[in-house]
Ligand binder design. Sequence first.
Ligand SMILES: Nc1ncnc2c1ncn2[C@@H]1O[C@H](COP(=O)(O)OP(=O)(O)OP(=O)(O)O)[C@@H](O)[C@H]1O
Ligand SMILES: [Mg+2]
Length: 258
Amino acid sequence: MAILEVKNLTLRFGGLTAVNNLSFNIEENSITSLIGPNGAGKTSVFNCLTGFYRANEGDILFLGKSIKKLKPFKITEMGMARTFQNLRLFKYMTVLENVMAGMHCRSGAGIVSSILRLPSQRQEERRIRETSEKCLDFVGILDKKDRIAKNLAYGDQRRVELARALATQPKLLLLDEPGAGLNHDEKMQLIALMQKIQEQLGITIVLIEHDMGLVMNVSEKIIVLNYGQKIAEGTAEQVQNDQRVIEAYLGKEEEEAV
Ligand SMILES: Nc1ncnc2c1ncn2[C@@H]1O[C@H](COP(=O)(O)OP(=O)(O)OP(=O)(O)O)[C@@H](O)[C@H]1O
Ligand SMILES: [Mg+2]
């Protein structure tokens, strides 16, 4: 079953068409990569899916329902989470606090009980803390939970972001260049972690990534964008041998000659 259906999605910024009549499906519990040259529109697609940008045309069905008009927090509540191309942590908060902050959308306690510190609120707080700790454990940095986020190594900061996304208990996880800035060993660990998220938590993953080694290693399906349009979709082998993909990355011979 498709957990996500993108139908003829178009997003314009003035005269620039960042996403152009794009359609694709994401199957439940799969790992898919969205690739393409710089400026191809990959992050813009994520921004439309998560409600950060409003698409000009087309529709997005998540779990069979249109989310095109929903606000970001509603989409998070439905079970979509993301990480960002540039880290967006609360630098001066602890690792645990960063993850707990991500769980706000799942917190059922109202403002009155929060102010009065009612037992229900304390229970809620405990539940949020426990889930956050579980997520930190899952990504392998529970021992660093009380450290200030900005003092962590870059690779660990990326893990905090991942734990924060997991804490919202998503069904679909969107990762925008999770491998950026990681060394070879850290990339290998990231691949293992994504597979663990898929297998043990049953979460569907879509990642944007420039590292072809990583993409080819982890993806069941690859979608290739160029100038906002889908130019290929298929297995690693299929897209690697696709003439349009080769041209998009290497340029056409005629263009190179100019
Ligand atoms: N908020 C915005 N306002 C105007 N133009 C934008 C905005 N966001 C993106 N764009 C433009 O839309 C196009 C697609 O950008 P986008 O960030 O989606 O590309 P990308 O594929 O994620 O690239 P990269 O690999 O460099 O991250 C680019 O031409 C970009 O300059
Ligand atoms: Mg991008």
